[in-house]
Design a protein around this ligand. Structure first.
Ligand SMILES: Cc1ncc(COP(=O)(O)O)c(C=O)c1O
Length: 405
């Protein structure tokens, strides 16, 4: 949090926003500096698997192929050849045609979330979302002061009336951040049907799709909507967010929004005053990597390592953390969501104790739109090797024993 003399000089409303906003991401990045510290907090991929050589070759090819155009300001909605590539990729994935008017390239999926806030949220607007939900979305939308209602994917689930009262629904159906949960296909189809009936937007944030460990994720709501509305350019209520952050590297900062042409036009206008244009260079490099089918080469091996890490963490947790916590083994994504076995266990209290043991996780309150959850914590398993995860679980158990007996 901004807590210095300059902080006092910012707008009072911004200052209030800062005081509620989580600087947790920055804190976790800083923890990486001390090699004896084990951070299982950040939602970070494993850097040792980044395709550095392939990226270097792609950068060379991109500059030879596009020359000065790769170093220019570009169109606000992104490098056209990459937009066309993403339109084809998403058409193949969803089994229906998207053209470039359905595609906006963004600086990661995160910028898509920010632009959605800019375009859709007025003060007091209702957002129906998973509880707990992605902290980045909560932080991006906080200055616009929305109110939240929990999304129930179950049967009968959130009612059409509730959806009617909302500006939009926000969900991460594939291996959610923070819970790792996978929403079954019938529940996605049911929500889509209700959103169509309620005439509300449905924001489907899908960064974890490539990280599948046990079987298939099932169709996205975008694909299900395509099946219900055959033919023509996509004009439905789904605003789909994709990214290369988890399948290739986060540092490219390449993400995209798929939505109706009207929504894409509005988001593009909002983007113009945010960044003028994204980096054409990273778009051109991403295009080279995608045309070389880098994901086919790169993702299966990386996913194998991640599966091994998930299994190592869950096995170690069974031996060390089970007296205090319970969890479901996630079938994809990056996180294990641990729930306290009883109300005397407070993950905010444990957090301070864990830092002294030189281990970190993210307390559940950060992901709670109401900010009150003290019974959960998110543990990342992709960033650290199996041995480090085992040591991290051991340190957490030492902290838990000390704090709660
Ligand atoms: C649910 C969710 N949405 C969006 C993002 C942002 O991803 P990107 O790196 O593409 O900006 C993340 C990052 O962890 C995430 O977990």
């Amino acid at each position: 949090m901004l807590n210095n003399e300059r902080g006092a000089a910012v707008r009072p409303s911004f200052s209030r926003w800062l005081s509620q906003t989580n600087d947790i991401t920055q804190q976790f990045m800083a923890m990486g500096v001390d090699p004896s510290f084990i951070s299982m907090a950040g939602g970070l991929p494993a850097a040792e698997f980044y395709p550095v050589a392939a990226a270097a070759e792609a950068a060379d090819r991109a500059l030879s192929r596009w020359g000065a155009a790769a170093l220019e300001y570009g169109p606000v909605d992104g490098f056209m050849p990459l937009r066309a590539h993403i339109a084809d990729r998403m058409s193949r994935m969803a089994g229906r045609h998207f053209d470039t008017s359905n595609v906006l390239l963004t600086v990661g999926a995160m910028q898509g979330l920010d632009l959605i806030g800019k375009v859709l949220i007025d003060e007091g607007d209702r957002i129906v979302t998973q509880y707990p939900t992605y902290v980045g979305a909560l932080d991006a939308w906080r200055p616009r002061q929305p109110v939240y209602t929990p999304l129930d994917w179950g049967k009968p689930g959130t009612s059409v009336e509730t959806l009617r009262s909302a500006k939009f629904v926000y969900g991460v159906p594939n291996y959610s951040n923070p819970t790792g949960a996978l929403v079954p296909t019938p529940a996605r189809a049911a929500l889509l049907e209700k959103a169509l009936e309620a005439d509300t937007w449905l924001v489907e944030d899908d960064p974890y799709l490539p990280l599948q460990y046990d079987g298939d994720a099932g169709p996205s709501m975008l694909a299900l909507d395509g099946a219900m509305m055959p033919g023509g350019p996509y004009n439905g209520p789904v605003i789909y967010l994709g990214t290369l952050s988890k399948s290739i590297v986060p540092g490219l900062r390449v993400g995209w929004v798929i939505a109706s042409p009207d929504m894409i036009a509005a988001l593009t206008l909002a983007k113009q005053s945010t960044d003028i244009s994204s980096s054409m260079l990273t778009h051109a490099v991403a295009l080279e990597l995608l045309e070389a089918d880098i994901e086919k080469v790169h993702v299966p091996g990386m996913v194998g390592h991640y599966r091994e890490r998930r299994d190592a963490l869950c096995a170690a947790a069974l031996e060390t953390l089970a007296p205090w916590f319970e969890w479901q083994v996630p079938s994809g994504g990056m996180f294990v969501w641990m729930k306290a076995r009883n109300s005397t266990i407070d993950t905010g209290v444990l957090y301070a104790r864990a830092l002294r043991e030189k281990v970190a996780y993210v307390p559940g309150s950060v992901f709670d739109p109401a900010g009150v959850d003290t019974s959960s914590m998110r543990i990342n398993f992709t960033r650290n090797a199996p041995d480090v995860l085992r040591e991290g679980a051991r340190r957490l158990a030492v902290a838990a024993k000390d704090a709660f007996g």
